[in-house]
Design a protein around this ligand. Structure first.
Ligand code: ING
Length: 303
């Protein structure tokens, strides 16, 4: 069997006043802790270098560009890249990407996979952007991802790495089953994702416990229905008073969470994952070639 110790490095709150260097130092500490437990890979959250800034209203790029990274690795990322390569640990990292493409500045909610030798194995740009582009002014915070980011233009892909074939997504993507099926059809053995999920819903008076339930329901269903491991890493706790859920988890291809974080601070969880565990699921119940009937699925790609 192909077994690898894989870690999730959950980040507690990053305050607005906190520097990217401080956030990177916290991630380096967790990377070292994971390495000490034999981990060969660690999954960090979405937008892991800064506070979750889409909760605030900014008018111009001059006001919000400080949250973005330019270059890969960006200057702020370099110490993390260096330490990870020194220890031979691969990682998933979520960050705000600013790049000149097609003759103009583009901004995306992005994640990368960096292999154990420090090379970038893949990039993903968040497709399902939740919230609004204009403030709703219904609470003391917003959810303005559609204001600050473009819809990802790279699609859902899988990436061959030294530990296996990995699919990536980000936060809200995990609520959409299409996300995982498209990558499972490309042979993803593992899905890695980061998230920042506010505890309060500003669009509907929803009980807080449902945030945690829907998060867990989404990643456990994704794992089972695609016979793949899911590694979900939260940035959580109260960022300047704005609470976000924890619940980082490692989910086996059977759909069962085998590890979960206990709190809402920086926390490393590890599991010795048998990547072969999903094989029987994709050979029996979810043998896509034998059982799928695409002639009846057309509506999924219709408007
Ligand atoms: N955050 C939340 C998420 O999808 C959200 C936003 C929460 C949307 C709950 C709908 C319901 O987990 C991000 N960053 O997508």
């Amino acid at each position: 069997s192909r077994k690898h110790v894989i870690a999730v490095g959950q980040l507690g709150p990053i305050m607005l006043a906190e520097s990217k260097a401080e956030a990177v130092d916290r991630m380096i500490a967790m990377l070292r802790e994971a390495h000490a437990q034999g981990a060969v890979w660690i999954v960090f959250p979405e937008l892991a270098l800064t506070t979750f800034f889409p909760r605030y209203i900014y008018e111009t790029p001059e006001e919000y560009d400080r949250f973005f990274e330019e270059g890969l690795p960006s200057p702020a990322m370099r110490p993390l890249f260096a330490e990870a390569a020194r220890l031979g640990v691969g990682f998933y990292l979520g960050y705000a990407e600013k790049v000149a493409e097609g003759g103009r500045m583009r901004r995306f909610n992005t994640s990368i996979l960096v292999d154990r030798d420090g090379t970038v194995a893949g990039k993903y740009r968040k497709v399902h952007l939740p919230g609004t582009s204009e403030p709703v002014l219904k609470a003391d915070f917003e959810h303005l991802e559609k204001r600050y980011f473009e819809v990802g233009d790279l699609g859902f892909n899988t990436f061959d790495t030294s530990i296996g074939r990995i699919g990536m997504c980000i936060c809200n993507d995990r609520r959409w089953p299409e996300t995982f099926r498209v990558m499972a059809l490309q042979g993803a053995e593992m899905f890695m994702l980061g998230y920042n999920t506010p505890t309060r819903n500003i669009h509907h008076p929803e009980p807080a416990h449902l945030r945690e339930f829907h998060h867990r329901l989404s990643i456990e269903a994704a794992a089972y229905q695609n016979g793949a491991w899911v590694f979900a890493s939260a940035k959580c706790g109260a960022e300047d008073g704005f609470a976000m859920i924890g619940g980082s988890a490692i989910v086996a291809p059977t759909g069962e969470s085998v590890a979960r974080t206990a709190g809402e601070a920086d926390e490393v969880i590890c599991h010795n994952c048998d990547l072969g565990l999903g094989d029987y699921i994709r050979r029996t119940v979810f043998d896509f070639g034998r059982h799928r009937r695409i002639e009846h699925y057309g509506l999924i790609t219709a408007t």
